[in-house]
Write a protein that binds this ligand. Structure first.
Ligand SMILES: Nc1ncnc2c1ncn2[C@@H]1O[C@H](COP(=O)(O)OP(=O)(O)OP(=O)(O)O)[C@@H](O)[C@H]1O
Ligand SMILES: [Mg+2]
Length: 505
């Protein structure tokens, strides 16, 4: 097969960071190449260069044998490269259709063909298995649907090379399956594809070959058939990963931190009751449409629940807004990193410290300058979580996606709350750093915090939760304890298997 894309000795530098140290790669027509590496290894940097967003300090990019210099994304698109970037570039005020065709609208005599744009968008959404009205504003979509719109946008162009940077980080199982189908079909049609993911099982499922970046260098490049997951992880980390012991289980006589009685949550059919004690980690599992997301948001006052009773440390509280939840000792890590999470104009230390002892204050005062003790504390956090950042005054927007996620998780860990709600805590985090993060969450629980982890990642829940409530079709269908909190049981209950089917499986 012919070489479509050739990258030679590409070097990229930012102040204080050498993000790519001379990377060379080749991509053939019909090939799906997985690109993996730790958070901050340089994957997105390479993709920004191929997408024409950044110009490398050195090195060459050739498409169809011709060396190219991209002065912007339009040049890269004209060369036949289409990119799904890690950070969404959607305009939330515009409709889905306008976003999909933004910058390449079909026009007749200079007038945008509105009906045509809507029809082609509907076709693309259909291909992706999405039942969404093309006229809907993007602002009303969930994070997962926004990701799908980004993908539809990349597919709407003519391309020979498709590059996808963590396209499945925010997708559910069924959506991931459909995307894999599309990737396979495009490869069969002769398209060349670069696919970035931290879910290594995906790499083995759809990629012919895999390239590993570590610290800006290409350290391995091999057919996936010649590798297994353990070997791949070792290439990524440059060491064997740590292992995590099973949760010990906390004493059942510890103080109850959060108590929910008969809470009526919109989207959840039966009233919700749950108890979480100091030192305990409760998992919440459930697919899209199960009610898990609604319950998580209701617990944080983000979605107003009716009736029932909520007590934090024995005090009755009403959770009518997230401000109120925070004032009452409850803190949440949002799954919408870009929209609700990072404060892009502040540095990493300020981002990490925003919640600390300040959650009761009005927003303006919460943003007071951080003191030198807090700067020192950030340094400790950085080392513990392996946050790849040259110094604490770096703007958070300059960090890689996974490293931004670690800073936000740091914010939650430092919030000083009694009840911590973590929504998809390790989304976009590499396999090596996950283990460190699980250890930190556990330590936090051991220090007396009640932790709830809401996650679509069953192995994650199996690793850290000692109790797991599973939702299906708007109801809690299982509560797993201790040794029964396994990946198989969680997945089984999430698709509606009964307790009996689970134990006899
Ligand atoms: N604009 C910038 N200014 C300073 N440093 C930057 C900038 N963009 C990227 N970096 C740094 O370059 C390195 C590589 O980042 P990159 O985003 O390519 O990582 P990645 O492999 O995509 O990681 P992740 O898995 O977390 O998405 C990181 O250390 C990052 O902080
Ligand atoms: Mg990245």
């Amino acid at each position: 097969m012919t070489t479509v894309l050739r990258v030679k000795d590409v070097v990229q530098e930012y102040p204080g960071v050498r993000a790519l140290k001379g990377v060379s790669l080749e991509l053939r027509a019909g090939q799906v190449l997985g690109l993996v590496g730790e958070n901050g290894a340089g994957k997105s940097t390479l993709i920004r260069i191929l997408g024409g967003i950044e110009t490398p300090v050195r090195g060459e990019v050739a498409v169809q044998g011709r060396p190219r210099t991209f002065r912007g994304s339009a040049d890269s698109q004209a060369a036949g490269i289409s990119v799904v970037s890690q950070e969404f570039r959607l305009v939330s005020q515009l409709s889905i259709a306008d976003n999909v065709f933004l910058g390449h609208e079909s026009t007749t005599a200079g007038v945008v063909d509105g009906p045509g744009t809507r029809r082609r968008t509907a076709e693309l959404l259909d291909q992706l298995g999405l039942d969404l009205d093309p006229d809907r504003p993007v602002s009303s979509l969930t994070v997962g649907d926004r990701q799908m719109v980004e993908i539809a946008r990349a597919l709407s162009r003519e391309f020979d090379v498709l590059i996808m940077d963590e396209p499945t980080a925010a997708l559910n199982g069924a959506e991931i399956g459909r995307l894999h189908g599309i990737v396979r079909r495009l490869a069969n049609q002769g398209k060349a594809i670069i696919y970035v993911s931290h879910h290594l099982e995906e790499i083995f499922e759809i990629c012919h070959d895999v390239a590993v970046l570590r610290d800006g260098e290409l350290v391995a490049h091999a057919p996936t058939a010649e590798l297994d997951e353990a070997r791949l992880v070792e290439h990524m980390l440059g060491r064997k990963p740590q292992t995590l012991d099973r949760a010990a289980g906390s004493a059942s006589d510890a103080a109850v931190r959060l108590e929910v009685r008969e809470l009526r949550v919109p989207g959840v059919a039966s009233p919700v009751s749950l108890t979480v004690r100091a030192g305990e980690i409760l998992g919440l599992a459930g697919l899209v449409g199960s009610g898990r997301t609604e319950l998580t948001r209701a617990l944080f006052g983000d979605l107003v629940a009716m009736g029932g009773e909520v007590r934090i440390d024995g005090r009755p509280v009403r959770l009518r807004s997230s401000r109120e939840a925070m004032r009452n000792g409850l803190f949440m890590l949002s799954e919408d990193r870009k929209g609700e999470g990072i404060l892009p104009h502040l540095d990493v230390t300020e981002n990490a410290m925003v919640s600390r002892d300040r959650s009761a204050l009005p927003l303006r005062q919460r943003l007071l300058p951080v003191g030198s003790d807090e700067r020192a504390q950030f340094t400790r956090l950085r080392d513990l979580m392996r946050i790849r950042v040259p110094h604490g005054r770096q703007l958070i927007g300059n960090l890689s996606g996974g490293n931004q996620q670690k800073v936000l998780l740091g914010r939650a860990l430092l919030s000083g709350c009694s009840v911590l709600l973590l929504n998809e805590p390790t989304r976009g985090v590499d396999v090596g750093a996950k283990v460190d993060i699980y250890q930190l969450i556990r330590q936090l629980a051991e220090s007396g915090v009640a932790v709830i982890v809401s996650s679509s990642d069953a192995p994650e829940l199996a690793a850290i939760a000692e109790r797991c409530a599973v939702y299906f079709a708007g109801r809690q269908v299982a509560e797993l304890h201790g040794r029964d909190v396994t990946e198989e049981n969680i997945v089984g209950a999430s698709v509606g298997q009964t307790a009996e089917e689970i134990t006899h499986a």
